[in-house]
Design a protein around this ligand. Structure first.
Ligand code: ZN
Length: 318
């Protein structure tokens, strides 16, 4: 067991990227991806709990950053054709409100800025507390609560703007990141490794789907818990990441595999998020000069989200 640091230094060496605009994306009454999620996350990471976090306002992603992974039609549609009042429905569960475009730009911008900070600045480790989430958005389609694919935009930025040759994306959200897999399906410079409940929305993520050897899917049957999760991480996901030797580790950090989550049926405990984060921090130390940038994806039990994000960010700072 890694000893915990004194609480006075919790978050030391970790940058927190967020923006108030991310609270203004409102998918409508009764929607699980509510602004209250981000409020809960920010509460869990507040000054009293994490005094040493470096708090940074996320900039907007530029169109050029978005265009590395998204077609122009989708970018224009999100930025220029959001609703002026009420909602615009993109699919059965993906809606835009008047504040959504700005939130989506800040969410993708946060990941790019965090990567800049990790590579050229003095914060090798960062957490992006942003919404809407991103990992279901494909090159041309917003779906599954996601508008732009924040982490994919970040990975493409790391390749294009910083000349990296190996970027790993680790996705422990309970849902498979179909968008991220799709975008990097034939891109050997990006490894996408996912644990997820299967079958479950979006019904992708079969073990046999391996791209050009850069996709690692570790599906888990419903009702799997800590033991099964840690086993696939130790036997499948972490060895593949070690062999890939990434120069930067990105994390699609969804917390909806928690046993309290209402949208899925895995049974992870809060301590599992601390554990996997410790493994990824070690991986980043071995290969990537300690560079690790994590971004919020799902997680729909506010209690589980508060606890799990705190465990994740505390482990990022160790
Ligand atoms: Zn999810």
């Amino acid at each position: 067991m890694t000893p915990r640091r004194a609480s006075q230094s919790r978050g030391d060496g970790v940058a927190l990227y967020t923006h108030a605009a991310c609270l203004d994306h409102d998918p409508g009454p009764g929607h699980p991806e509510t602004p209250a999620r981000l409020s809960a996350v920010l509460e869990a990471l507040d000054e009293s709990a994490f005094p040493a976090l470096r708090r940074i306002d996320a900039p907007r992603a530029t169109r050029a950053q978005l265009a590395r992974v998204h077609v122009r039609r989708l970018i224009d549609s999100i930025i220029d054709h959001g609703p002026l009042h009420y909602w615009r429905m993109l699919d059965a569960d993906t809606l835009m409100s008047p504040g959504s475009a700005e939130a989506a730009l800040r969410a993708a911008g946060a990941v790019c800025a965090a990567i800049d900070g990790a590579i050229t600045g003095d914060s090798p480790r960062a957490f992006c507390a942003v919404r809407p989430p991103g990992h279901h958005a494909t090159a041309d389609t917003a779906m599954g609560f996601c508008l732009f694919n924040n982490v994919a935009v970040g990975a493409a930025h790391a390749l294009a703007a910083h000349g990296l040759e190996r970027v790993a994306i680790v996705d422990f959200d309970v849902h498979h990141g179909n968008g991220t897999q799709d975008i990097f399906w034939s891109e050997p410079r990006v490894m996408y490794a996912s644990t997820h409940q299967w079958p479950l929305y979006p019904e992708t993520g079969a073990r046999e789907d391996t791209g050009v050897g850069n996709i690692v899917n570790a599906p888990l049957p419903a009702d799997s818990g800590s033991a099964q999760f840690r086993t696939v991480c130790e036997q499948v996901v972490l060895p593949a990441l070690d062999a890939f030797a990434p120069q930067l580790v990105l994390v699609s950090a969804g917390f909806d595999a928690h046993r309290l989550d209402p949208l899925a049926n895995l049974n992870l405990e809060t301590g599992d998020y601390a554990w996997i984060t410790e493994q990824l921090v070690e991986l980043a130390r071995r290969h990537a000069g300690g560079r690790i940038v994590s971004s919020l994806e799902g997680g729909y039990s506010l209690d589980a989200l508060r606890e799990s994000v705190a465990a994740h960010v505390a482990a990022l700072g160790e």
